[in-house]
Write a protein that binds this ligand. Structure first.
Ligand code: SAH
Length: 222
C-alpha cells in the first residue's frame, strides 16, 4: 500500500491543497465542511503518478478508459448542493477515480453512508483500493449500470450523478426519497446543465445551478 503517499510533497503537499481550497472559496464554495473535505482528501492519489503534480489545479484530468476525474470546483459545488438533509444516505453514479466518493466519505458524520456505482470494472477496483488506504469505511461499491440505480439500498436522501445522461433516468427519480435531492448534469456532449431535483410529496422541483461538461452516462457494464 506504500504506492500511495497520502501526505504528498512539493506540488502534492498540504500547502498546495490549501491553495486550491482558498481558490474554491473565492469562487463561491461557502460550505465549511465541504472545503475541509477538499483540504483533507489527497487528490494526487486518485490520478496517475505522471499527472500528480497537476492534482491541485482546478481542472479535470484523465483517469484512463476515456474518463476523467472531475474538476475540484464542480465536485465541491455538487457536494454542497446535495447537502440539504441531515445525515443523508447518498447514491453516487459514476465512481471513476473514487475522488468524489472520498470527499463525501470525509464529510462523515454529516453524510451517513455512500453507495457508489461504476460501469467499468478496473476503475472500481482502483477506487476501492484508494479508499481503503484512506481508511474510509462508509462507502459501498458496486460494478453496475447506474441507469438502474441501486434498488436494494433505495430510497436515497441524496443522489449525485457524475456523468451526463441526455434525460434524467427514471429509476433514479424513483429511488429518491421524498424530501431528498438529486444533483446531475443533463445534456449531450458539449454544454450540459447541472440540475437539482428536489422530491416533494407531490412531485419534483427542478433548478439549474450551473453549466458543465461531463463525460456521457453510458448504458451497460464493461
Ligand atoms: N466521480 C468521478 C468522476 C468520474 S467520470 C470521480 O470523482 O473521479 C464519470 C464516471 O461515470 C466514469 O468513470 C464512467 O465510467 C462512469 N459511468 C458512465 N456511465 C455510467 C453508468 N451508466 N453507470 C455507472 N457508471 C457510469
Amino acid at each position: 500500500m506504500s504506492r500511495y503517499d497520502l501526505n504528498g510533497i512539493g506540488m502534492t503537499s498540504q500547502r498546495t491543497r490549501d491553495r486550491l481550497v482558498k481558490r474554491l472559496a473565492e469562487n463561491g464554495i461557502d460550505h465549511d465542511e465541504v472545503l475541509t473535505a477538499v483540504a483533507t482528501v489527497p487528490r494526487h492519489i486518485f490520478i496517475d503518478e505522471a499527472l500528480a503534480h497537476r492534482a491541485y489545479e482546478d481542472i479535470a484530468l484523465p483517469i484512463g478508459h476515456g474518463q476523467t476525474i472531475s474538476q475540484p470546483f464542480i465536485v465541491a459545488l455538487m457536494t454542497q448542493s446535495l447537502l440539504n438533509r441531515p445525515r443523508p444516505r447518498v447514491l453516487e453514479v459514476g465512481t471513476g477515480s473514487g475522488y468524489q466518493s472520498a470527499v463525501l466519505a470525509c464529510l462523515a458524520p454529516l453524510v451517513q453512508k455512500i453507495y457508489t456505482l461504476e460501469r467499468i470494472d478496473s476503475l472500481i477496483e482502483r477506487a476501492q483500493e484508494r479508499l481503503r488506504v484512506m481508511k474510509c469505511s462508509n462507502v459501498r461499491f458496486k460494478h453496475a449500470d447506474g441507469y438502474q440505480g441501486w434498488l436494494e439500498e433505495s430510497p436515497f436522501d441524496g443522489i449525485l450523478v457524475t456523468a451526463a445522461p441526455r434525460h434524467v433516468p427514471q429509476a433514479l427519480l424513483d429511488q429518491l426519497a421524498v424530501g431528498g435531492r438529486m444533483v446531475l448534469p443533463i445534456g449531450g456532449e458539449g454544454a450540459q446543465e447541472l440540475k437539482v431535483y428536489d422530491r416533494t410529496p407531490d412531485g419534483f422541483e427542478v433548478q439549474t445551478v450551473d453549466y458543465v461538461r461531463f463525460v456521457p452516462l453510458l448504458k451497460g457494464v464493461r
